[in-house]
Design a protein around this ligand. Structure first.
Ligand SMILES: Cc1cc2nc3c(=O)[nH]c(=O)nc-3n(C[C@H](O)[C@H](O)[C@H](O)COP(=O)(O)O)c2cc1C
Ligand code: SF4
Length: 623
């Protein structure tokens, strides 16, 4: 049996004490007793390769960073942005055991001489953010993070947020536009609470969630233990996700070298009834593996020899009822929408390829686009278009699939996995190439780099736990927060979301009732305070928040309707969706509308603060 349980716990590990009971913490204990060089050697000897998709040797990366930092304080960035279609392994790991990932990050910090750990995660991953922030509190209280500042930075939903240099940009408060230089050349500014752009930056270590989850086992049990499964070039285990044209979906940990078919059968239950597998697509980063090769062992070298790649081991199964060209059109759509447009051929040719696949399938035009799309590309996304779309079309040709216009297969990120059912972000199908959404805002007809270049990104430092607090630095708060009373209401709402999530089943409805009252208070704050302020600012305010009242009212009505559950049983999935929806609404207010209003009303800060205080107080007193 090749299924393993080295890093993917079978059940959620709720508290640090549970993690410790299962052997957690011993690796960190061992790590503080040896010098950094020994840690670097062990990780290098283990042969661990990054699980974020590029498979770069982790020990080599750590040693480069340790050498490049030249005494300056640097962060370890945990890449938890997981946006690759077909992949859900990092969120599964964080849901099951965030302590293991944080333990790995703390060990990495000791190995490279970092003084902070920053978890970069999408703001929409509400459940995972909650798990991670609570875990940070527990490890900080237990002294695991001594000497380290551990924080969570929540960022935008864009695929590029997961690209490592784009993630550093977001942490610095800018949109997720990849940089030219790698993280071992340029990192982030040291203080993650100060989101203003800074010129000075040092290096940073960015590692994937799964990569870091492997570290405690390696440090505790040694490099040869890690190598006791897998092959020389692909040692250890890998966490796979299976979705697509299968009976079901799933996430599981397998020894490297396991035949792919075994994984597809176990996690996906095999192909849909009456179909066969034509191809397996490892996300949107590597070319497809033909259906005739599903016995290929799960290793980097075997997949490369088969003309494919392991990527982040998110396998989208394409069955015989799905045209391969439709999948190519879906991949081209996804990648061209997500392209930022800093490199003209990537965005221009990517969009043209997607449009042609949909409209006519004209092979000459598509091949032209594929031959130029990577020109001058800063990041790997353009190469993904070339490799994955090109590979799919070659496979379609080889099996004699007819050419012509196709409706794109929905290639979109996953949002959840409940039992063996995957849930997908189908709203992505309405995402435009300027990163706005149909029906929400007008089409700017610009590329993201033009539309967002001067705008600060919607990024939140949702949590900071500090071992060594520099009181002077933290206390320096020169600006008046005119919306402090509203922020307090928001914080209370977020706390209530936490209570709803953790309530025993007989209390859930009661806690939801409290949540409903708080939401109504929120709606009235908008009505009494924010909308009048918006009106007062017209007409200069422009389109930036003109949409807000209408959208917020519609959202409030929808939430009230969804919260009206009567005695309907509340499933964890329903709860997740509901809490995510509320969280996103609060974030929109806190990070988009209030900062904009604060900027526009800066001259009247004292007055606004007084009015805000009065309104909130009055509403709080009301039943
Ligand atoms: C467009 C794009 C999206 C990416 N998204 C992710 C992601 O969501 N998570 C991740 O860990 N790596 C992602 N990567 C890879 C990262 O850039 C980087 O290689 C990885 O975080 C390094 O960590 P590792 O060495 O532990 O794999 C992405 C790369 C590209 C080009
Ligand atoms: S290659 Fe594409 S996604 Fe990457 S930086 Fe250039 S335009 Fe943006």
């Amino acid at each position: 049996m090749s299924r393993m349980r080295r890093i993917l716990d079978p059940e959620p590990v709720e508290h640090l004490a549970d993690h410790v009971r299962g052997g957690g913490g011993r690796a960190l204990d061992a790590a503080v007793r040896v010098d950094a060089g020994a840690l670097l050697d062990t990780v290098t000897d283990s042969g661990l390769r990054g699980r974020g998709g590029a498979a770069f040797p982790t020990g080599r990366k750590w040693s480069t960073i340790a050498g490049a930092r030249q005494g300056s304080s640097i962060p370890v960035v945990v890449n938890a942005a997981e946006g690759e279609p077909g992949t859900f392994k990092d969120r599964t790991l964080l849901r099951r055991n965030p302590f293991r990932v944080l333990e790995g990050a703390c060990i990495a910090a000791r190995a490279v001489g970092a003084d902070s750990v920053i978890v970069g995660i999408k703001a929409s991953f509400v459940h995972e953010i909650d798990r991670v922030t609570r875990a940070i509190d527990e490890i900080t209280a237990a002294g695991w993070a001594d000497g380290l500042t551990v924080s969570v930075v929540s960022g935008p939903g864009e695929y590029l947020f997961g690209e490592e240099t784009a993630m550093l940009e977001v942490i610095d408060g800018r949109p997720p536009f990849p940089r030219v230089v790698a993280p071992y050349r340029r990192g982030v500014k040291p203080d993650v609470r100060d989101l203003r752009p800074q010129r000075d930056s040092v290096v940073a270590l960015v590692d994937n969630v799964e990569t870091l989850a492997n570290v405690p086992g390696i440090i505790l049990n040694g490099a040869s233990w890690f190598r006791s499964v897998g092959t020389h070039d692909s040692p250890g285990t890998i966490i796979c996700t299976v979705t697509g044209d299968t009976q079901g979906a799933g996430v599981g940990e397998y020894a490297m070298g396991t035949p792919l078919r075994e994984v597809l059968d176990e996690l996906g239950g095999g192909p849909e009834a009456g179909t066969t597998i034509t191809a397996v697509l490892p996300g949107v980063s590597s070319p497809p593996l033909p259906g005739s090769m599903v016995d290929t062992p799960l290793t980097y070298e075997h997949f490369a020899a088969a003309g494919a790649g392991l990527g982040s081991a998110g396998f989208i199964v394409v069955g015989s009822e799905t045209p391969i060209r439709a999948v190519a059109a879906g991949v081209a759509r996804f990648l061209s929408v997500e392209s930022c447009g800093q490199c003209v051929p990537c965005k221009r040719d990517g969009l043209a390829i997607a449009a042609t696949l949909r409209a006519s399938g004209d092979r000459n035009a598509i091949d032209d686009g594929l031959s130029t799309v990577t020109r001058g590309a800063r990041c790997a996304l353009a190469g993904q278009t070339e490799r994955v779309v090109g590979g799919l079309l070659r496979l379609a040709d080889s099996i004699g699939e007819p050419n012509g216009a196709v409706e794109p297969y929905p290639v979109v990120p996953m949002v959840d996995l409940v039992g063996d059912r995957a849930a997908f972000d189908t709203s992505h199908l309405d995402k435009r190439s300027d990163w706005t959404t149909v029906g929400e805002t007008p089409d700017s007809n610009e590329w993201p780099v033009e539309r967002l270049a001067d705008q600060p990104v919607e990024v939140g430092v949702v949590h900071v736990a500090e071992a060594d607090v520099d009181e002077g630095a933290v206390a320096e708060q020169p600006e008046i927060d005119m919306f402090a009373p509203v922020h307090e209401l928001d914080a209370a709402l977020e706390r209530q979301i936490g209570r709803v999530r953790t309530a025993p089943s007989d209390r859930v409805h009661a806690e939801l009732g409290v949540l409903r009252d708080q939401l109504e208070r929120h709606r009235r704050v908008s009505e009494r305070l924010l909308y009048p302020l918006l009106e007062r600012l017209e007409p200069e305010i422009g389109d930036d928040v003109a949409w807000y009242p209408e959208r917020r009212e519609a959202h409030a009505a929808r939430l009230a309707e969804r919260l009206d559950l009567g005695t309907i049983p509340v499933t964890p999935h329903l709860l997740d969706e509901l809490c995510a929806d509320i969280h996103v609404s609060v974030m929109e207010l806190d990070q988009r509308v209030l900062p904009l209003l604060a900027g526009l009303l800066a001259d009247d800060a004292d007055e606004v603060r007084l009015i805000a205080g009065d309104v909130v107080e009055e509403l709080t007193d009301q039943p």
